[in-house]
Design a protein around this ligand. Sequence first.
Ligand SMILES: Nc1ncnc2c1ncn2[C@@H]1O[C@H](COP(=O)(O)OP(=O)(O)OP(=O)(O)O)[C@@H](O)[C@H]1O
Length: 924
Amino acid sequence: MASEPTFSLSVVSVVQDVLQKHGNSLSDIDLASRKAEEASLRRNEAARWLQKMVGVVGGKEMPVEPTEEDFRIALRNGIILCNALNKVQPGAVPKVVEAPCDNVIIPDGAALSTYQCFENVRNFLVTMEEMGLPTFEVSDLEEGGKSSRIVICVLALKSYSEGKLGGKNGSWKYGGNPKPPTLGKLIVRKSSEPFMRSLILSRGMFPSDHNPSNNGDVGHDRNEEGSIPSLNLLVREILYGKKLEDIPIVVGSLLSKVMEEFEQRMLIQQEMLKTTQEKKAPPQDSNVKEAYDNEKMEEAEDVEVKPNECSDLKYNDVKESSGQPSKQQKLAQQQIENFEELKMMVHQTKTGMQVLQENYREDFIYLCKHLDSLASAASGYQNVLKENRKLYNQLQDLKGNIRVYCRVRPLIGGHPNHYGTINNIDEESISLIIPSKNGKDGKKTFSFDRVFGPSVTQGEVFSDTQPLIRSVLDGYNVCIFAYGQTGSGKTHTMSGPNKLTEETLGVNYQIRNTSHNGINVPDANLVPVSSPSDVLNLMNLGQKNRAVSSTALNDRSSRSHSCLTVHVQGREFASGNSLRGCIHLVDLAGSERVDKSEVTGDRLKEAQHINKSLSALGDVIASLAQKQSHVPYRNSKLTQLLQDSLGGQAKTLMFVHISPEPEALGETISTLKFAERVSTIELGAARVNKDSGDVKELKEQIASLKATLAKKDGELQYYKQSANNIAEISNLKSQLSSLVRPTSGSRKLPRDDSSSLEEQKKATSKLKRRSLDPSEICRNLPLRENRKNGDNELVSRDWVGMDVKRNPTADDILREHWETESKESCSPRLSHTFPLYSSKICMEMATTNDFDELELATSECSESDASWLSHVHILKATTYSNGSMSKTKKSPNLRQAKSQENRYLYKHFMLLLFSSRIILLIIN
Ligand SMILES: Nc1ncnc2c1ncn2[C@@H]1O[C@H](COP(=O)(O)OP(=O)(O)OP(=O)(O)O)[C@@H](O)[C@H]1O
């Protein structure tokens, strides 16, 4: 009884085949390579067993490790398979068509005709089926067939043989549930099962499906229920792990591949159907026809569509009955209908996919827009945060608080993420773990403007400090100083570690153009620089000069405070305004407990000095925090140096450093407490050092006057020494008289009048004895920008043009006047200095002897001149009459001064003062 080849056309198997062909692009590559490896191992095992069982066949032996192709070719003629089966089950295949002796080797190794090959294979498969062992399809031996099924079949036979040898008749471990023999029935393979099972097992998706008896097996044709895995499962498996956006593409390409496959198969099927029908056309001979009909009848009885294979479409040759469509035709018709239906489904699915794709695209666009709006909201939020920080800083600027940044050094030799005594650090607070004796640790939190943890880089620290440093360029004075116990990282912040790289440079290294503008540290040098590298060289020089030595607490402990001051001067080209700023970068030496630092000798002395100056700093901070009227700046050089920054109108930042080591906890707490106190100090709003163009010009003139005054200092000394000498006084008087040349018509003082001379002497000596208190004078002057009430030092410094250390007397002023005015003509100098005043007025003022005339002259001045003159009057009143004279130019007392001598003295002295005040004003 012969059976015709069976065609299988299930959706599942087609999808599966497509997946196998195009699996790489659709499924997991890892899975494919693993499967390939496993397949080759199994193939080798099967090949070895066959070689052992059959040896050389047709002059050829099965390679030990054959490729898939080698394996297929070797078994293609069915001889090896049949012989192996006969070895296991003698006589199982009664007739094996062997290769002819003259064995013509056909390229693919099959030396038999196709028919002979087919016979052997068919016999083998039928017997295997009868034995309840897994089988394969004949087409699997053709090129493009599935050699894995052949391997499974051979291994099942091997297992069967081993079981037989071991006395377990008929059992085989690859088999799962042995099937009852179905001799003569169609061999129909549940093609999708091994594939699905391998996928499912490899993914672990359905562990309950896994039959323990199959453990380690290569796979078998059915699951326990014998059901076909659904298309749904296959598709799910394909899409497993795929990205959402890839799914439409994968499904689309799968569908088109399935469509192609279907079309191809349908064509093949139709072709084969046609060929079969032609072949099976009833013979003309009536006897033969009868035999043929009988055969067909028998075969028709054998046709069986298995109940679990309803999704597969099969057809067999059936006998045609006249006039009625044959069963084959019906089946073909059915298949065509199914195919059309499937086509429709695919079309619908494609349309659905397009809709899905469209929806997906719209969703994607919506999400993009949403994401955009979220991103812009996030950046807006960041901007608001930035703005808040800026406003906060502005507020701090207005209040003038000293900003305090806290930085925690990493544990030395510890893990970077281990924070020692630090419990928690966030942007603006730090909390410490305070151990207690009863074992219940406490916590203490301190708040600062900014807190930097151990992992924060130099760059991050600098970026937070940069705005403050930048404000130097806007004309502010800035002071940044590093405070903390020894070894806590002050020098690291200000300068960097020993080995400097671009990333580890400290705050000190961001410095730009500077120009000289005064020195306020004894023995410090002010060096003009023109480029950042000049500054770096100077810094290195300073670093070399700095005393550094190793202590028990820090192997590079700084034994001195270091201060780098950078002066910056800028000029606005448009307005001519000039800006001056300076920044002090101070790296203090660390406070240390000498018992811990174990220093002796000079180091001990250094430590004592360091601690003393730091305690003076503490006192200053304490009194500033308590807003005390007296702040003890003068108690140490350090506090004198920082006076402008702590008590002036500078912007000040303190970096407070702490060490996280448990043994440093005591110092850490006191350091943080100190820093908290510092952060409460309000210095008042910082001021810009900005000069308008005019002021700048005046200052330049002051500078030149200062130089002139310095030149004449020697001559002044001379006059100072001879001040008590009457002769010198009369000489002075005569010179003064010659200076003041009376105009015609004015009243003259009789030069030889002894009584008036006597009076004059008295007045002069009276003047001489009186000391001119600069602070008293300046108190009466209009407030200057940088003047501070009650601060003697500042006032005396304001008494510019005069030596600040000197307490000028009226004599000094007189001499100064004489010195200036006797050698040069008064008027040109005045008109040169103050072009505002006409030389006429100046001349009049300088030459008149008449008080009324002077008054007239001054009253002719413009409004702005009047303010200038008011200085003169105030000065005059204060110096001359000690308050008895009016403080305004319209003093009735002056007008009532009838005494000629008094008038004489008054006028002359007023003129002297007037001239000297001009100098003062120039200086101011
Ligand atoms: N943030 C940090 N990251 C890495 N190492 C640091 C840090 N801070 C400090 N160090 C290291 O800790 C050691 C001590 O630091 P540093 O010399 O700066 O302390 P100091 O406070 O200046 O000490 P002293 O007051 O004794 O001069 C150095 O080896 C330094 O490189």
